[in-house]
Each structure stands twice: as C-alpha cells, then as structure tokens.
Design a protein around this ligand. Sequence first.
Ligand code: NAG
Ligand code: NAG
Ligand code: NAG
Ligand code: NAG
Ligand code: NAG
Length: 459
Amino acid sequence: MSEQKKTPKGRVFYVGMKLLQKPGNKPLQEKNSFFHTYYKWVLWLSLSLYFFTSYLITSNPNTNTPTSRDTSSHVSNSESDVVPRTIMDSTTNTLGVLKNMKVFVYELPPKYNTVWLANKRCGNHLFASEVAIHRALLTSEVRTFDPYEADFFFVPVYVSCNFSAVNGFPAIGHARALISSAVNLVSIEYPFWNRSKGSDHVFVASHDFGACFHTLEHVAIAEGIPQILKDSIVLQTFGVNHRHPCQEVENVVIPPYVSPESVRRTLENFPMKGPRDIWAFFRGKMEVHPKNISGRFYSKRVRTEIWRKFNGDRRFYLQRHRFSGYQLEVARSVFCLCPLGWAPWSPRLVESVALGCVPVIIADGIRLPFPSAVNWSEISLTVAEREVGKLGKILERVAATNLSDIQRNLWDPRTRRALLFNKEVEEGDATWQVLVSLSEKLGRSYPRSLVNGQLESDT
Ligand SMILES: *[C@@H]1O[C@H](CO)[C@@H](O)[C@H](O)[C@H]1NC(C)=O
Ligand SMILES: *[C@@H]1O[C@H](CO)[C@@H](O)[C@H](O)[C@H]1NC(C)=O
Ligand SMILES: *[C@@H]1O[C@H](CO)[C@@H](O)[C@H](O)[C@H]1NC(C)=O
Ligand SMILES: *[C@@H]1O[C@H](CO)[C@@H](O)[C@H](O)[C@H]1NC(C)=O
Ligand SMILES: *[C@@H]1O[C@H](CO)[C@@H](O)[C@H](O)[C@H]1NC(C)=O
C-alpha cells in the first residue's frame, strides 16, 4: 500500500467511518434511514477532511520520496528495486491509487466455493483466477468486515472446478444455477443486493466466453449473460474490441491463471536473459482436419493453417501433445505463438510474458488484460488471422529489426508481475490491477454515489 494511506491523517477518513459502524449486520429499516442521514453527513465531512489533508501531504515534497524514482534514468535489474508504474503514479494522485476503496467479501456456504478445492487442480488450472482473486482479497487491505462501509461486494462462487470425469475439462453447465443460488442467498440475507440491484457486486467468470458460461461461441451468444448478472461487474478472461453479447455487462478483462510458483521455478532453471534455442514455439491442440461444428471450426482453422504451413519448417517447433515440461520450452523460445482456440484468449499469453518469450497474438479483435499497466503493443506482436501463412516472413523481419526492443520491454519485471495472481495481493500484481480497475468504477458504489448526490444537492 502507498505511504499516504498509512499516515495518521489518512486514517481520519477510516476512523470517521468506523464510528458509524453498527454491531451486527442486519439493522432494521428505521435504523437504516437514521444511519444514512448521518452517514452522508459524516462521509461528506470526512471526505472533505481527507481531500484537504491529502493535499497537504502530497504538497509536502519531503513525504513524496517515490517521485525521485519516477525518471526514465532509473534502471535496475533487481526486481525488488523496481517501483511499479502504478505506484509512481499514486504520488501524483491525491486519493491514492485505490482511492481508499473497501471491498466486502461474502462468506458463502462451502458448496459455492471451498468444497471444490478438495480437488487440487481447482486452485491451479487456467480458470483458477476465480479462486486466486477470492483468496487474495481475504487478506487484502481493501477488505472490510463492515458491509456498510463497502464500496464493492465480492461474491465468491467457483464454477470452473467441476472437472468432467470423461475428458478432464471443466463442466460449467451448472454455473448459472450455482451463481443464481448464491445471489438468491445474499439478497435474502443482506440488504445490499436489493438496494443496488447488484451493480456494486463483483463476480469472476474465468472461462472461454466469460459471463455467457459456455465453451462454444454460438451457444454462448444464444444463451447470453444471465439476467441476474447483467447489472453487476464481471471480471472475465474474455474480451474483444467489438460488440459482443458476452461482454455486454460492466466488465474487467483479467488474465487467465498461471501459478506464480511454477513460473518462479522455471525461471530458476532458465533465466529470462539466458539463451533461447527455440525460434518459434507452439504446443497445444492443433486439429489437422478440424470438425465442422454447426459451421464453426476450432480456432477458425488458424492452428490447422499453422500446422500445414510450418510443420517441417526448421525454424518452427510445433507440438500437438501435452507435455509436463511445457514451461521450460516457453522459457527456451524467442517467439511463442498464441493463436485463438474456441475463444480468442489463451493461457499462452500469460505463460509467454511471464517466461519472457515474445507472444505472437493471432486472435483478431482480442481485448487484452490491464492495458493501462501492460503496454501490449510494446511487448508482443499481433498477426492478423488471415496473415498467418506469412508468419515466417513476419517473424524474420522482427528478428532482424526490433526484437531486442520488444524483449527489453517484455523483460521488465513489472510486466510479468501485472499478469500473475499471488496468494496475497502484491503491489502491481494481477489482483492489484483488478482493484485498480474497480477503483475506477467507484461511481457505481452505493455509499459513494450517495456522497455525490449529497454534494450536488448542497451546491
Ligand atoms: C458437475 O457437472 C456435471 C456434468 O455437467 C453435472 O451433472 C453435475 O451436476 C455438476 N455438479 C455440481 C455439484 O454442480
Ligand atoms: C430482496 O428482494 C427479494 C425479491 O424481491 C426479496 O425476496 C428479498 O426478501 C429482499 N431482500 C431483503 C433483504 O429485503
Ligand atoms: C459446415 O456445416 C454446415 C452444416 O452444419 C454447412 O452448412 C456448412 O456449409 C459447412 N461449412 C463448411 C465450410 O464445410
Ligand atoms: C504504448 O507504446 C506505444 C509504442 O511505444 C505508444 O505509442 C503508446 O502511447 C503506449 N501506450 C501507453 C498506454 O503507454
Ligand atoms: C516491431 O516491428 C513490427 C513490424 O516489423 C511492428 O509491427 C511492431 O509494432 C514493432 N514493435 C515495436 C515494439 O517496435
């Protein structure tokens, strides 16, 4: 957390709110209106105080030490030395990066979440950001145990951990029912869902087509986002730059989950700047004769095209079967192909960035996670789906011109950090970026919109 948040003056705001906390979390209606009148007033007062004191704090050059690092001449190879870009920016932001945001995490019966963790895979597979974000929030400084001071409400439902006994893939058929059951529960037990119709409630939807909960795009589109989620905020791996029914909801694009421990172990053996003896790498499903499923082909046949054209090309190392040493291969490669599958995104993106292999993104219109923290155009290459046949030429040209620039940007530890979810929130990591994105949506928060209303009617 930033220094300013820790100053005694910054605490005034917090203490002001604390005074109003009621023991027990289900006050009566009358209590509520009494509470709200005073709540508005004290919030307004504390906010003004907070603004004022923050101004004093940031105006004092001596408390503003991180600014001295905010120069392009600050170069360091040591990870711990590097101050994430977002933190630097916070010194110029009077409210701090996370704007004193508070998140309440619902405690749901285990059948909605922790029960699934009995299967070890649940917390570690590519859809496990639903678990990782929940876990990190529990110990985070933004967590509040008082729902009345919360800006956002996190609803922890794990829907991706019901692995099919047949093919081992997650069966997400039960996702809609499990989520609506959870919403039902919180809307009966607490007043917060009803008062905002869920607009300050946050969910994770970390599979192929996000909140549409289906792996096939045409089915996902036909079924759409469940009505019950439509007013809420969805953190999802799916994102495209055009209109799409599966993102017609307030959303934040998040990276798929890759275990930070596994990345660290791999980098111990194959350091970022070590030799890379594989030139262009892809391992994964690559149907040689893709099936026509309702007029749709896996990967829009892009992977098939890559296989046809470059299998046998000595510059390309293409493999179609699973292999436990997969991460080592990424760490040994210069370029890593990240073609679409059924959905545009894939965990390869995160693995490539985390292990320093230049991602070659072949997925037209993909919307990538955390664009304000990761400058994707500086650290990756984008190849249009129809240009995939020219991959060889395109990569040759980059290798001969700007490869080292791209690698230098890519190997900046801040980039890797922004895409990995740690057990506890770390400044600049993926959960941190989620919180930054949420803090940009504070207008949806019930308490804050009350304050705004108050300020408006006062002027
Ligand atoms: C898990 O998935 C299977 C297959 O889709 C489904 O029949 C079952 O109800 C799911 N289990 C739970 C507890 O939701
Ligand atoms: C919220 O609304 C639902 C449906 O109208 C109702 O059943 C529920 O009791 C309400 N919850 C609270 C806490 O009043
Ligand atoms: C795919 O199958 C559909 C019928 O399901 C058919 O109408 C269409 O022509 C086929 N497309 C191709 C490219 O073979
Ligand atoms: C990302 O990098 C490109 C190329 O260097 C630059 O033009 C662009 O302004 C950068 N975007 C952000 C958000 O920093
Ligand atoms: C590198 O060059 C390619 C064209 O060969 C261009 O598309 C890409 O934007 C360049 N990347 C950077 C970071 O300069």
